[in-house]
Design a protein around this ligand. Structure first.
Ligand code: T5A
Length: 212
């Protein structure tokens, strides 16, 4: 029987998702799991990467409406799920995704105020019962996360939003993780070594519980 899994990493900007992806991959490698692919959302297929640019870049002459933003993100997600994630899982690969549909609930739902019902309808229509086996939520205070993101790069279209936008986004993340037993919360305000140790420990425990 295949025991490969779909693992998602979630969190605000600068939460450390890129770092966490590598940490989870290394932890799996230590358990002799080597057949792993890393993907990011939006992105990771040629078309989804084009959509990613539309999402992240600012346009002087036009502005994405919140509904357009949601639909573009969902279009990129469906492209990735159908073309890469599902076939990889079918072939026995482990998939680690930097973000998935919880990001839409948090950012477009919490941050932009699109009704949960609308986002859930999209999810039910296109993802149906396809859900991650595990989600690792990196909880960071918006101010800390944005400071880290700013240190690394100039801020993109979404990162330029107000602190209040990210506070509302985090609130929805926290609400959802309290409802879902398949989400692990990590305190991502701590230094990177401590965060890595905590991720490694929680992933190892989870694997043990799954007899992997
Ligand atoms: N989006 C996406 C939506 O609005 N809705 C959706 O449904 C989806 C899927 C994606 C954007 O799209 C939006 C959200 C995003 O705005 P992105 O560039 O992929 O764009 O943005 P993020 O996913 O947020 O990626 P970031 O690269 O900004 O954040 P990460 O990956 O969480 O952070 P990371 O690992 O690159 O770390 C950032 C910096 O902080 C340092 C790192 O070394 C790095 O320099 N760092 C730490 N420093 C101190 N202590 C720690 N614990 C640290 N952890 C990391």
């Amino acid at each position: 029987m295949k025991n490969n899994k779909f693992i998602v990493i979630e969190g605000l900007e600068g939460a450390g998702k890129t770092n966490a992806s590598m940490c989870i991959k290394n932890t799996l490698n230590q358990k002799n799991i080597k057949n792993i692919i890393l993907v990011r959302q939006p992105g990771s297929t040629p078309i989804a990467e084009k959509i990613r640019k539309l999402i992240k870049n600012k346009f002087d002459s036009d502005e994405l409406t919140k509904e357009t933003e949601l639909l573009l993100i969902y279009a990129a997600r469906i492209q990735l799920v159908k073309k890469i994630i599902k076939p990889a899982l079918k072939n026995g690969m482990w998939v680690i995704s930097d973000r998935h549909d919880l990001s839409s609930l948090a950012y477009q739902g919490g941050g932009l105020g699109i009704k949960k019902k609308i986002i859930s309808q999209l999810k039910n229509l296109f993802l149906k019962d396809f859900v991650p086996d595990l989600t690792v939520y990196l909880d960071v205070a918006p101010k800390i996360g944005l400071k880290r993101a700013l240190k690394r790069n100039t801020l993109d279209r979404i990162e330029c939003r107000s602190l209040n936008f990210f506070k509302k986004t985090r609130k929805i993340y926290l609400k959802n993780i309290s409802l879902d037993k398949k989400i692990i919360k990590i305190n991502a305000n701590l230094n990177i070594d401590t965060v890595n140790k905590n991720i490694e420990k929680k992933i190892s425990n989870w694997l043990q519980k799954k007899n992997i």
